[in-house]
Design a protein around this ligand. Structure first.
Ligand code: FAD
Length: 454
């Protein structure tokens, strides 16, 4: 039997979609250069039993499976491969449990991050991971990419909150990893293996997440610098001095100018960059004042800090406006996602400027300065082949620069197909071979997401 017959023998018709236009609309993520294939069928299960049925049908028909969350990925991870079954978990969006005593929750993978945040906030709790796609991306996708965000500098990344998972394996078996307890030293940490696995090891069908107490209101500082280097030096000194910012973001001059041209926020357009920082806790005000002093000492041309959280929110609004401001240009956007150890940030920033000049490309830079995770944003005319060639060369050089500084090719967006050609530049051969053996062990027939991540 073909895939459709296999699916129909196991699932309700409402779970199966064959209309090519609909299937197509679920067949790609937001990665710009990554061409996906053509999927055969879209399956939209509502629960774990239906995921098992879909996986068994794909096995019987010998068809590859591409798991999909909300399709906001930036690396081609949930792009279709030819003839595959797209398995979208977008209907699995129930919050199954919020446990205030044990400070955890259990959710289906299709729950949107901001919906979970809002639900746990009603119980006086906080789920920290906050990718900028917080209103669009799914918890399952966040787990599968180990998503980061703005608050990682204090709270960590998605990995730090995943206590356990339910996963449908390639065999159709269901395993539950981890547990509800805060402590456990029983057996191997398979939860950790699935976090960041980009759909190549199985379908995540349930996630148990750690929650924390609601965060105290932040104090906020902003600092303009007329060169990138002293901003980098200030960042290093802030950590050297033992401060613990809960947010530390940077946008450069090209971002300032584009944001100003679209939103008229009164930004300083002569500055080389704007550093935005927040602190939380009992001494948030004194900490932010000390951080502001460090910025001044390192040559900031203008520094301002406030204790009022509402005023603080307005100060960091420019950071949130950066991506939408560039989208308004109507050009192609290719965001980079490299990360380096924090103390290498000044060299990374200087190197990115040099790469932009060398390849004559528009390369505004913004990112999570506190994590050493930068998103240089290539802005270009996608219909101009000569410009596209220069953009791709600059993209390669940024990756090479990050690796030369002891960094990583993928800070938080994952590998997908976009970064796969560079994997060997970062991960040494024996380590990579072991990772591939782990993949083969979970999925001996290469059923899940072939050609992605590893
Ligand atoms: C405007 C914008 C801003 C962004 N900002 C950030 C940011 O600040 N930080 C950040 O980390 N990312 C960011 N991203 C990238 C993206 O939102 C994240 O990678 C997100 O975690 C993807 O979630 P998703 O639900 O859209 O997953 P998808 O794109 O659908 O899938 C991503 C990967 O996970 C796999 N997958 C999805 N669901 C499952 C599942 N249930 N089981 C197994 N595998 C699964 C897919 O196969 C694929 O490999 C941004 C994207 C956009 C468009």
């Amino acid at each position: 039997m073909g895939l459709l017959e296999e699916l129909r023998s196991r699932l309700d018709d409402v779970c199966i979609q064959t209309d090519p236009d609909v299937v197509d609309s679920y067949s790609s993520d937001r990665a710009i250069f990554e061409e996906g294939g053509t999927a055969a069928i879209l399956v939209m299960p509502r629960n774990t039993t239906e995921v098992v049925a879909a996986v068994e049908a794909a096995n019987a028909a010998d068809v590859p499976i591409v798991p999909r969350g909300a399709g906001t990925g930036l690396t081609g991870g949930s792009n279709a491969v030819d003839g595959c079954m797209m398995l979208s978990v977008h209907r699995m969006k129930e919050i199954l449990e919020i446990d205030t005593v044990n400070r955890m929750c259990r959710v289906q993978p299709g729950v949107i991050n901001s919906d979970l945040k809002a639900a746990v906030a009603k119980a006086g709790l906080f789920y920290p991971p906050d990718p900028a796609s917080v209103d669009m991306s799914s918890i399952g996708g966040n787990v599968a990419t180990n998503a980061g965000g703005l608050c990682c500098v204090k709270y960590g990344v998605t990995r730090d909150y995943v206590m356990g998972l339910e996963v449908v394996l390639a065999s159709g078996e269901v395993i539950r990893t981890g547990r509800k307890t805060i402590k456990s030293s029983t057996g191997l940490d398979l939860t950790g293996v699935f976090v960041g696995s980009e759909g190549i090891l199985g379908v995540i069908t349930e996630v148990t997440l750690k929650l924390v107490g609601a965060p105290p209101p932040p104090a906020t500082a902003v600092a303009y610098f007329d060169h990138l280097k002293p901003a980098g030096a200030a960042i290093v000194e802030i950590f050297q001095e033992g401060h613990e910012p809960s947010l530390m973001e940077i946008i450069d001059q090209a971002c300032l100018r584009q944001i100003e041209s679209v939103y008229s926020m009164g930004l300083d357009l002569d500055a080389a960059c704007l550093l935005m920082m927040q602190t939380e806790g009992d001494n948030a005000g004194s900490q932010i004042a000390a951080i502001a002093d460090i910025c001044s000492k390192n040559g900031a041309t203008f520094v301002y800090h406030v204790d009022d959280p509402h005023d603080g929110d307005m100060l960091i609004e420019a950071r949130r406006k950066a991506w939408p401001a560039f989208e308004k240009m109507g050009k192609s956007l290719l965001p980079e996602d490299v990360a380096v150890p924090r103390d290498k940030l000044p060299e990374l920033l200087a190197g990115i400027t040099e790469i932009a000049d060398r390849h004559d490309v528009m390369l505004p830079t913004l990112g999570h300065a506190g994590d050493g995770n930068m998103h240089p944003l290539l802005v270009f005319d996608g219909n101009d082949p000569e410009e596209v060639t220069r953009v791709k060369a600059a993209f390669h050089d940024i990756i090479a620069l990050a690796i030369s500084l002891g960094g990583t090719i993928a800070g938080e967006h994952g590998v997908g197909t976009l970064k796969r050609p560079f994997l060997e530049d970062e991960v040494e051969p024996t380590h990579l071979a072991v990772q591939r053996r782990v993949r083969d062990m979970f999925d001996p027939h290469g059923r899940f997401n072939p050609g992605k991540a590893l």
